[in-house]
Design a protein around this ligand. Structure first.
Ligand code: F0G
Length: 461
């Protein structure tokens, strides 16, 4: 009889450890003040459990580290580039690969290549850097995700789905000539790591292609999305992970990738395209901003670790354990009656700051405030994904006040233990118990672009 896996337990053991520091509350309050109450501005050394992001924070495998030793550091034509190109073709099917140092560089290039002044770009919810690059290229982002995605309380298995009626309405209003592409993220970050179904993606792809509109795939967390298709979408329970991933990619024309997530590397990314004309333009552009088209800002060794990480990312046991750990934490928090985005997604647990701190107006930045309070309590670092991240509407200058006002407890891959997750849950409970005494924050410094990264705040009186 085949052995049956009983839990999400990790298919690896720890071989090397990195000490982390526990601090006092007094120390952390001082650190917070110095960081302007922005968790991005804390020193990593002063953080106990770092759930700021799952980006570039994964632990590489012994095989990936071995790959680092095989770096061919030639300026041009590195062996590792060809290995990476072959891996991307084989696993994802995209024909042309343009390496970049990380995801936003690929977003920059594809936005500049495809968007004309006055165009609109529909997508299944914005992502911060993605939307900014669309705007800098002269475009305007239009949200066509289903309404359920904006409501943290609604249970829906595929909150990343596109509302086809909304997409059609964009085409009708602006005309297909002004819609260069639709941007489809797998495992949609800003609404909680929510998946899109293959059924929905098939319909999106068909509608787009019927109007000559390209489908650009933000594939940053494609394997995590594929796991939830396997678990939630009818007919996919027995389909291998690799096939599901491939079916997703086959419905799209272009992909931008931040390999710092799914691919288990600390730096890297790419633009992948099927159309040779777009590929030529991107190859010509990458030399201006990133480096030669056979390294694009990565060292040879980085490309080797990345190629190996791609194969590891689609192994079912790996991804099952990765998402299993996120769900372990999510259930632990939700079981205490603490409001989180439901259903639990793939890369983190998202606290609903509007319901956590209902006494704070959204312009007092409840999510930013809550992230600071959790750090003060325990040294656990999280990230605001709400009014600060959403920025100001360029036309009105007002805060965008998005429906979702969230604190993301983002779990790095293969880094923390179940006991660490317990500590995180205990800290969130502690802050929950004292929530009524928490006051909001106001800006003391607000940068022009992507303000959440560098903004500074002070507590309101
Ligand atoms: N797209 C998505 C969905 C992302 O989550 C990110 C990065 C990017 C694009 C940009 O990639 O950072 O390599 O330039 N997300 C990180 C996060 C920063 O914390 O969610 P990048």
């Amino acid at each position: 009889m085949p052995t049956r896996r009983r839990s999400w337990a990790e298919p690896w053991k720890v071989k090397m450890v990195e000490p982390i520091k526990m601090t006092t509350r007094e120390f952390r309050e001082q650190a917070l003040e110095e960081a302007g109450y922005n968790t991005f501005l804390l020193r990593s050394e002063d953080v106990y459990i770092d759930l700021l992001t799952d980006s570039g924070t994964s632990a590489m495998s012994d095989r990936q580290w071995a790959g680092m030793m095989l770096g061919d550091e030639a300026y041009a034509g590195s062996r590792n580039f060809y290995h990476l190109e072959e891996t991307v073709r084989d696993v994802y099917g995209y024909r042309h690969l343009i390496p970049t140092h990380q995801g936003r560089a690929a977003e920059h290039m594809i936005s500049q290549i495809l968007i004309k002044d006055g165009d609109v770009v529909p997508g299944n919810m914005y992502f911060t850097t993605t939307r900014l690059h669309q705007e800098l290229a002269g475009g305007r982002f239009l949200d066509v995700i289903i309404d359920e995605a904006h409501d943290p309380e609604v249970m829906h298995p595929f909150k990343g789905n596109v509302d086809l009626g909304k997409f059609q309405a964009v085409i009708d209003e602006y005309g297909a000539d002004h819609v260069p592409y639709i941007c489809i993220a797998t495992s949609v970050n800003m609404c909680g790591g929510q998946p899109i179904s293959l059924g929905n993606l098939r319909e999106v792809s068909e509608l787009a292609h019927r109007h000559g509109i390209l489908v650009v795939h933000d594939m940053t967390r494609v394997a995590e999305n594929a796991l939830l298709i396997k678990e939630r979408e009818e007919g996919y329970a027995d389909v291998p992970m690799a096939d599901i991933v491939r079916q997703i990619c086959d419905l799209t024309d272009v992909a931008t990738m931040s390999s710092k997530k799914d691919h288990l590397v600390n730096i890297g990314g790419f633009l992948a395209v099927n159309d040779p004309g777009i590929a030529d333009k991107a190859r010509n552009m990458v030399v201006i901003y990133e480096g030669l088209h056979t390294y694009g800002g990565m060292a040879g060794r980085d490309m080797e670790a990345l190629a190996i990480g791609i194969r590891e990312s689609i192994q079912h046991d790996h991804i099952h354990a990765r998402v299993g750990q996120v769900h372990y934490l999510g259930h632990k928090v939700a079981d205490q009656g603490i409001p989180i985005v439901q259903p639990i997604g793939t890369h983190g647990v998202f606290l609903d700051a509007k319901r956590f701190l209902p006494h704070l107006d959204q312009d007092l930045f409840p999510a930013q405030t809550l992230a600071a309070a959790i750090y003060a309590d325990s040294g656990v670092r999280s990230m605001e994904r709400g009014n600060v991240s959403a920025g100001r509407n360029p036309e009105t200058g007002q805060n965008r006040r998005p429906h979702l006002e969230l604190v993301r407890l983002t779990i790095p891959r293969r880094v923390y233990t179940q006991a660490h997750m317990d500590v995180v849950a205990e800290s969130v409970m502690e802050v929950w118990d004292g929530r009524e005494a928490i006051t909001g924050l106001e800006f003391t410094y607000e940068p022009k672009y992507l303000r959440f990264f560098q903004a500074r705040f002070k507590p309101v009186e």
